[in-house]
Design a protein around this ligand. Structure first.
Ligand SMILES: Nc1ncnc2c1ncn2[C@@H]1O[C@H](COP(=O)(O)OP(=O)(O)OP(=O)(O)O)[C@@H](O)[C@H]1O
Ligand SMILES: [Mg+2]
Length: 797
């Protein structure tokens, strides 16, 4: 291969003098090292035009994107050479990260449109940058003012004598394109477009936004926004407050990406209020270029970031988001508030699975499978972040509760149990040790109630014992201000006991007397504190779920013996030319399920009353008789299911009754016949289904089944393909799980057989992606196996 520099090095050219002459003494961030490595790899050589450089930069900047955008390159040969250079494994994702360095660790910033008079966004952004104490250089650009807020201003960005890494645009939307050009010519590496007036205003604005992204890409500049609050890096070496938010949060391990500027403001306020340390913050606005996935990839290797928080209204490119989220959450927790429903645009579904899957469950399932923690509110987002950014991840769900008052202990226990945590009995050794120094009135069960006289020393000794108990994964300490003990002394004691523990601790300080000081003390020692036990329990429960995700390894779909060819003979011929799709006939459904090893009862389709009687006798009584009619999917609704027919007379009567009913409805012509089935033995009715989501692909559902499935709504969804662990978790994941495990003398059903059906349905939709819906409802589950007594499949073209 020809060793040729393709000019990734040129990305940094404009900054060479800057780097050499700079007096910013800070160690190269790993991302900058990665960027340097790209430069080495790509070699240095001929210079390239701005546009070409842009394309190359984009290529280097986002490996995944570049493969799709490969045809953009004028010269395919160069593209191939570049690909070879960059396909070195380390580059995947890291080049992306390197390209965001100019955004989050710039050495110099121009504020284009910086205004003199305080109070406007254009003035506040510049004021904040200076006021917060940005460690690099800041240049105001304003053609009308020689000085902006005591700083010498430049008429255009190109007039600035030094290199500019990052430009903040606070100019009217109409001027943004020409400003981008000026930045491009200047060699600016990233821009944050704070200005509004783009896609949020309508089609014209959307076109302008596309033009903006395109133009910036041509110069190899990354774009944040437009219509955003700005970006922020709280590291003491950077201290970049490039937002118009009045507050600057403390530095810490939490990175935040917000799709909404207004919520971004609220998040920064809350961070300051609860003292949560932020590493960096990006308001992505309309997302012309930089997305949540890009930022996750950046934070993945950012040593300052311990936890990633996202506020999103949609996932952008779901496939990209999920790929990155899955990878990043193996390294550090990602938590998200995903607001907005995804129902719009979803096809109205006529299957149970389709109807149930409309409830935002696709997003839930996907996030869960990627290890991303979803919360309902920003508060909860912070509560879990406080825990995960300061404490080890719990290895299991077992919580010990330590308290000086009974009531809060009971509340905490309830809160833990209702969120899936366990509050188990303590080891006998732990109880004995506790008894040796606690008063006789204290309770050494779990919760451990040391009663109101509890001293700081007792808190310290007890907490140490609880942390050492092998049956405990996390400890929740509760404190209600009594008259005698000082809250700060207890906080100090908790901190001493917690030091060096490899199990997480959450503290809950209730009351007002001395509590604010105690909370401050705990925070100093990096112990997350909460006002009420419910919040602490919710955070612990989410952290425990993350622990389960980390503990689980890869879960690939298992190999299953299926007869794909047999199914293909049915499914391949299923959709006639020109038709949009259709439901398979009962015989076709049967053939497909047979091929994929899903058990169904013996059955036969009869077209006349005489046939019905004859087939019933052949199957053996008792039988079920079901209507098969064009356009009727839910048979029970029209009296189309008759059960437990014991002889020929009953079958004939049932057949005639069904025909009569359809005639009454004026639909006798739609009748195709009746399906006769052997009656299955009693068991628990469950349902298994699959539906195709327009964005996320096939979702597999499992739940309590039967004719009331929509009423019960006890369903769990996962995105296909399923692994064996996924399938088992689904079966265990329904609320009514106890019904499967012998509830009140009921049968203990074969859960393994249920999980197996899920895997087979998952495999079926993976093999035949044009299956739009499958409903197996009910799948009757018994101790000796499962039987799908009602099944329907719809295929699309
Ligand atoms: N072969 C069978 N053996 C035992 N019970 C059966 C059998 N077939 C149906 N049932 C019972 O009848 C109920 C309704 O049957 P089926 O699911 O076929 O009708 P449906 O109206 O199409 O249902 P839905 O549209 O709600 O899926 C089942 O939930 C089950 O309780
Ligand atoms: Mg049914």
């Amino acid at each position: 291969m020809e060793e040729r520099g393709l000019g990734v090095a040129q990305i940094g050219d404009a900054h060479e003098h800057h780097r050499e002459g700079e007096d910013l003494e800070r160690e190269d961030h790993p991302h900058q090292q990665a960027a340097g490595r790209v430069e080495q790899l790509a070699g240095r050589g001929r210079s390239v035009s701005g546009g070409e450089r842009g394309r190359i930069h984009r290529y280097a900047g986002s490996y995944g994107l570049a493969i799709r955008a490969g045809h953009d390159f004028h010269q395919r040969k160069e593209s191939a050479a570049m690909e070879a250079h960059l396909s070195a494994r380390f580059c995947y994702g890291r080049c992306m990260a390197a390209s965001l360095d100019a955004l989050l660790r710039p050495r110099s910033i121009a504020v284009i449109g910086a205004a003199r008079k305080r109070g406007s966004i254009a003035a506040e952004v510049f004021h904040n940058l200076v006021h917060v104490g940005f460690q690099g250089a800041v240049y105001p650009v304003n053609p009308k003012a020689p000085v902006v807020q005591s700083v010498r201003a430049y008429a255009t960005v190109e007039d600035i004598p030094d290199a500019v890494d990052l430009a903040l645009l606070v100019v009217p939307a109409a001027q943004v394109l020409e400003t981008i050009d000026a930045c491009g010519r200047k060699g600016v590496r990233a821009v944050v477009v704070i200005s509004a007036g783009f896609a949020e205003t309508g089609p014209e604005g959307a076109a302008l936004q596309l033009a903006l992204a395109d133009r910036a890409r041509g110069y190899g500049m990354r774009v944040v926004g437009p219509n955003c609050l700005g970006v922020l890096n709280a590291h003491p070496d950077v201290r970049m407050g490039a937002t118009f938010a009045p507050n600057f949060p403390p530095f810490g391990g939490v990175a935040v990406c917000s799709q909404s500027g207004a919520l971004g403001l609220a998040i920064l306020d809350l961070a300051l209020e609860v003292g949560m340390g932020i590493s960096s913050f990006v308001s992505i606005g309309n997302r012309a270029d930089v997305s949540a996935a890009d930022l996750m990839a950046y934070w993945e290797d950012d040593p300052d970031t311990k936890v990633v928080l996202l506020y999103l209204e949609n996932l952008g490119d779901p496939a990209e988001f999920l790929e990155v989220a899955r990878r990043v959450s193996r390294k550090k927790p990602v938590a998200v508030v995903k607001s907005g429903r995804t129902e719009a645009g979803r096809r109205a579904a006529s299957s149970h699975t389709g109807a149930l899957a409309g409830m935002d469950v696709a997003v839930d399932a996907l996030l869960g499978q990627c290890g991303v923690l979803r919360t309902d509110t920003i508060h909860e987002l912070f509560e879990v972040a406080m825990l995960l950014s300061t404490q080890p991840v719990p290895r299991g769900p077992r919580v010990a509760i330590l308290t000086n008052a009974g009531g809060p202990g009971i509340m905490a226990t309830d809160a833990c149990e209702s969120r899936g945590l366990k509050v188990p009995a303590l080891a006998e050794a732990t109880r004995e040790a506790l008894r040796s120094f606690l008063p006789a009135a204290a309770s050494v069960g779990n919760p451990v109630d040391m009663i109101a006289s509890a001293s700081p020393e007792q808190y310290e000794r007890s907490l140490k014992l609880l942390l050492a108990d092998p049956g405990v994964d996390a400890v929740l300490t509760l404190f209600v201000t009594p008259i005698v003990t000082r809250a700060t002394d207890v906080a100090e004691a908790i901190a001493r006991a917690a030091a060096g523990s490899d199990k997480p601790i959450a503290a809950c300080m209730m009351g007002s007397q001395g509590v604010p000081e105690a909370v401050a003390t705990l925070r100093e020692h990096r112990i997350p504190t909460y006002t009420f036990p419910e919040a602490a329990a919710a955070a612990l429960a989410r952290a425990a779920r993350y622990g389960v995700f980390l503990a689980g390894g890869d879960d690939p779909p298992p190999a299953l013996p299926v007869d794909r060819d047999a199914a293909a003979r049915v499914l391949g011929a299923a959709v006639p030319e020109g038709a949009r799709g259709r439901w398979l006939s009962p015989d076709e459904v049967r053939a497909v399920l047979d091929a994929y090893g899903v058990a169904t009862p013996r059955q036969a389709l009869a077209r006349t009353g005489d046939e019905a009687v004859r087939f019933a006798a052949e199957l053996g009584f008792p039988v079920a008789l079901k209507l098969v009619a064009e356009g009727i999917t839910h048979k029970t609704d029209v009296g189309g299911v008759r059960l437990g027919l014991r002889d020929e007379a009953e079958v004939r009567e049932a057949y005639l009754a069904m025909l009569g009913r359809l005639t009454e409805l004026g639909r006798a012509g739609d009748m195709r016949g009746v399906l006769l089935q052997r009656m299955a033995e009693r068991g628990v009715e469950t349902f298994v289904g699959a539906t195709k989501d327009p964005e996320f692909g096939h979702l597999i559902g499992f739940g309590l089944g039967g004719v009331q499935v929509e009423l019960l709504k006890d369903v769990v969804f996962r995105v296909a393909p399923l692994g064996a662990a996924d399938a088992a978790q689904m079966v265990d994941g329904i609320r009514a799980r106890a019904l499967l495990e012998g509830f009140r003398g009921g049968p203990v059903v074969d859960k393994g057989a249920l999980a197996d059906v899920l895997l087979r349905v998952g495999r079926l939709v993976a093999d035949f992606p044009h299956i739009a819906e499958i409903d197996l409802n009910p799948v009757i589950a018994r101790p000796d196996g499962v039987l799908a007594v009602d099944a329907r499949i719809r295929v699309e073209t």
